[in-house]
Each structure stands twice: as structure tokens, then as C-alpha cells.
Design a protein around this ligand. Structure first.
Ligand code: PHE
Length: 454
């Protein structure tokens, strides 16, 4: 069969625009609104932001192009696509490891992502119930600690989040994913802008901007570089096959380069907007920027509690976060679900059920890492921190590098040129240099540096 006529058996986006919305939906998630601010706070602010932006531009965009390219060329699940592409390019079948590692990483990430998604659900109800009106910092921190300390409530919310996610996934590409993102993404942007508007009225907007954008280079360390890089991969959903599988549904006349740039800009824009919404509120209320995964849950309720209309703003904010989490979580499990469909020949519904149950079960480890297992440490990390470290900081960057090496070295220049359709030769060469040399070398340097070998 002619390669350009290859189609994915799982469907195709109805237009380039739905692909952009869906990929942006996959990229924009808890990573931007929950994780980016707390990592920025823990790593001292602006220097981290700067390293993050450099990673997005120099590694993220070229790797995203490589990943969409592989997906569109392979037109299948990451595992199957890599098999097809390895055959096509006469290289070893072990390259399928890209697909395997990504499929597993997606499931591992979703297992804890769902727990945090569950916190978000719970906080919508707390906000609507007016729990935070007049809340002090101490009250908000106590509320959060009591909440995460209670294993049964985390268990319930994690379960609810997982059921909703798998319900959308069971709907399939056009029925489920597209319908969901078309409605959810625009709502998200609107609500976020509203939050930034509020922050401008706190009197601490300038302080927030300074924290985010005036680099303090003394705060840069091997560990903070690794987390900035891991966060760039995590936030852009790179290195694990999500973008590859979404790429497999892309119509053949879509420009991969400009689409990648748009997705990266939208994703980084949302993270920065989230930072601009959150840090002024943190400073205005004398809250602690480095307080970790609970940052937004411990700090924002104080602000909502003291502002006029806080119940509405607070509820809207957590709905926003839920929306963002949803569109990402459906993409995290998509490689696993489609792999089950292809391998076991089961229906989408059955595949969603199996993968949802397996992921849910693993998620219990994260549920307990905040309470029953809080003292249980692996290499000094809780179960949740360990999963996060292994996936974001190791599996995604390494997966990304293999993708870059495959697209840069093993695929023929004709085929990558044909897929990328970049007419400007300088731009094509720049992309090639970035995926062949810069990205692999940079990721290795950051990894070696972080484990103290450099
Ligand atoms: N990018 C998503 C976020 O920022 C998380 C994610 C990672 C989704 C990897 C898919 C794949 O929340």
C-alpha cells in the first residue's frame, strides 16, 4: 500500500483544527496549572521558568515534530507504528521499545494523575459548598491536610475521576475525544483569563511577575535543570506516544511544523498564565510558594475565601482544572486502550474497562502515599514522588531521545521531508540538527549532571 494512503483503524481527526485542539488539550493539563506552579515555587521561580522555556523551544518543538511524524507515518498505536516503521527502514524490531515504554509511562502517569484529578473534583464541591469563605491560611492548609490524610475520601474521588475518564475514552476518537475537547478547551482559556484578571486586582501582580520573570541564576542546580526538562516533556506530553497516537489520526495535508509550534506556544502560554494567576495571590496572602503538590489547593482557597464572589471564582477555577485534567487523562490512556483493541481484538468499551481497572488499581499506591503509606520511602521518595520522578524525569526524556534518534538518523531524509513538508531547506536542516545532535546530547548532559556524574 502507498504509505501516504495509510489510515489508522482507530479513526481520523475531522480537521487540522480539531487535531490542534485535541493535542493542546492533551498537553494542557494538571501539568500546567497544578505542577508548573509548584515546581516553579520549589525551584526558586524565574531561573526555573527560563530553563523550562529553553527546553520547550530547543527540545520540545523539534521532538514534537518528530513524534507527530512517526505517528502519521505509522498510522497506528505507538507499539504497532514503531514495528511498521522499523520494518520500513530495515532496522531492528527492538525500536518498538519506544512504543512499549510510552504505553507503560502513560498508564503509570494516569495512575497518579487520576488521584490529583480526584482532588480537583473534591475541591469543586468544597468551593460550591462555601467551605472556604473567610478561610485563613491555616484553615486552608488544615483542610487540605485533613482531606489528603483521609484515605477513603481520596479513594472515592480517584474512583470517580477514573470512571468519568474511561467513559469518554470508551466513546472513541470522533464520538468521545473530539466532542469533549471542542467544548472543553475554549472554556478552559476563558476561565484562566478570568483568574489572571482577578490577580491583577490583588496589588501583588508586579511581585508575581518579578518572581516568574527576573532570573536568579544562583537558584540553578543539576536537580532543578532535570526537573525543568522533565516538566517540559511532561507538559508537552512528549516521549510517551500520546502525541504519536494523536499524530496517527492527523490528515495528511496538515503542516506538522506549524502545528507543533502552535501547540507548544499554547501549552507554555497556559502554564505562564497559571503562574501569573497563582503567584500574585500567593504573595498577597503571605503564603509559601515552595509548599509542594498542595500549593494551589492550600493557597488559592484563602484568596477565594477573602474575595467578593469568591465562591463563584473558586468553583470556576477548580472546574477549569478538572477540564484540563480530563482532556489530558484521556490521552494518557489512549495508547494502552488502542493497543488492547489491536492485540486482544476486544471492543473499545472492553479495552477501556480493562485499562481503566489496571490503572485505577495502581493509583491506590498514590492514594495511600498521602496517608497510610506517607512514611514509606523508596530512595527517600514517597510512592507518588517516585512514580512522578521515574516517568517525567527518566522515561519521557529517554523515550523522547529514542524518538529523535529514530526520526533523525534511521528514517530516510526523503520520508521525513515528505511528512514534514517544510519547503525552506534551512528550516529542515535546523530541525535535523536539533533531533540528531542537540536533543540527544542535551538530555544526556542534564541526566548525567543530575545524578552527579558531570
Ligand atoms: N501534558 C499533560 C499535563 O501537562 C500530562 C500528560 C503527559 C498528558 C503525558 C499526556 C501525556 O498535564
Amino acid at each position: 500500500m502507498n504509505i501516504s494512503d495509510r489510515q489508522s483503524m482507530h479513526g481520523q481527526w475531522s480537521s487540522r483544527w480539531t487535531f490542534i485542539l485535541a493535542a493542546t488539550g492533551a498537553a494542557v493539563g494538571l501539568g500546567n496549572i497544578w505542577k508548573f506552579p509548584y515546581l516553579t515555587g520549589q525551584n526558586g521561580g524565574s531561573a526555573f521558568v527560563l530553563m523550562y522555556i529553553i527546553c520547550v523551544a530547543a527540545l520540545g518543538i523539534p521532538l514534537m515534530m518528530a513524534e507527530i511524524l512517526l505517528g502519521r507515518r505509522g498510522r497506528s498505536t505507538p507499539i504497532r507504528s514503531m514495528k511498521v516503521l522499523a520494518e520500513e527502514n530495515n532496522v531492528g524490531q527492538w525500536w518498538q521499545i519506544i512504543g512499549w515504554s510510552g504505553t507503560i509511562a502513560g498508564m503509570l502517569i494516569l495512575s497518579y494523575y487520576s488521584v490529583i484529578g480526584g482532588w480537583t473534583l473534591a475541591y469543586i464541591f468544597k468551593s460550591i459548598a462555601g467551605t472556604f469563605s473567610g478561610a485563613t491560611g491555616e484553615f486552608a492548609a488544615n483542610t487540605f491536610n485533613t482531606f489528603v490524610g483521609n484515605s477513603s475520601s481520596l479513594f472515592i474521588w480517584h474512583t470517580v475521576f477514573m470512571v468519568i475518564t474511561m467513559g469518554i475514552v470508551a466513546g472513541g476518537v470522533q464520538g468521545g475525544l473530539e466532542k469533549a475537547v471542542q467544548f472543553l478547551m475554549p472554556t478552559l482559556f476563558f476561565l484562566l483569563l478570568l483568574m489572571v484578571g482577578y490577580s491583577m486586582t490583588t496589588g501583588f501582580f508586579g511581585k508575581g511577575l518579578e518572581f516568574l520573570f527576573t532570573p536568579d541564576f544562583s537558584k540553578i542546580s543539576g536537580a532543578s535543570m532535570l526537573s525543568a526538562m522533565g516538566q517540559a516533556f511532561f507538559s508537552l506530553s512528549l516521549g510517551m506516544g500520546t502525541i504519536m497516537i494523536y499524530g496517527s489520526y492527523v490528515p495528511k495535508d496538515t503542516s506538522i511544523a506549524s502545528t507543533s509550534v502552535m501547540i507548544a506556544i499554547a501549552d507554555t502560554g497556559v502554564a505562564l498564565l497559571a503562574g501569573m494567576a497563582i503567584f500574585p495571590i500567593v504573595f498577597a496572602n503571605n503564603l509559601e510558594p515552595g509548599s509542594g503538590p498542595g500549593l494551589i489547593f492550600q493557597t488559592l482557597p484563602v484568596a477565594f475565601g477573602s474575595m467578593t464572589g469568591g465562591t463563584i471564582f473558586g468553583s470556576l477555577f477548580f472546574i477549569l482544572l478538572l477540564v484540563a485534567a480530563w482532556t489530558s487523562s484521556i490521552s494518557l490512556i489512549e495508547p494502552f486502550v488502542t493497543w488492547l483493541i489491536e492485540t486482544l481484538g476486544v471492543s473499545r468499551l472492553t479495552a477501556a474497562l480493562y485499562s481503566g481497572m489496571a490503572t485505577w488499581l495502581l493509583g491506590l499506591g498514590t492514594v495511600w502515599s498521602f496517608n497510610l503509606w506517607a512514611e514509606l520511602k523508596f530512595f527517600g521518595l514517597t510512592f507518588f514522588d517516585l512514580l512522578d520522578f521515574i516517568t517525567s524525569n527518566l522515561m519521557l526524556p529517554l523515550g523522547g531521545i529514542l524518538i529523535a534518534l529514530f526520526a533523525g538518523w534511521l528514517m530516510s531524509a526523503e520520508s521525513t521531508k515528505a511528512e514534514l513538508q517544510i519547503s525552506n531547506p534551512t528550516l529542515y536542516t535546523t530541525w535535523q540538527v536539533l533531533v540528531r545532535y542537540i536533543a540527544p546530547v542535551a538530555v544526556f548532559i542534564v541526566l548525567l549532571n543530575a545524578i552527579g556524574l558531570l
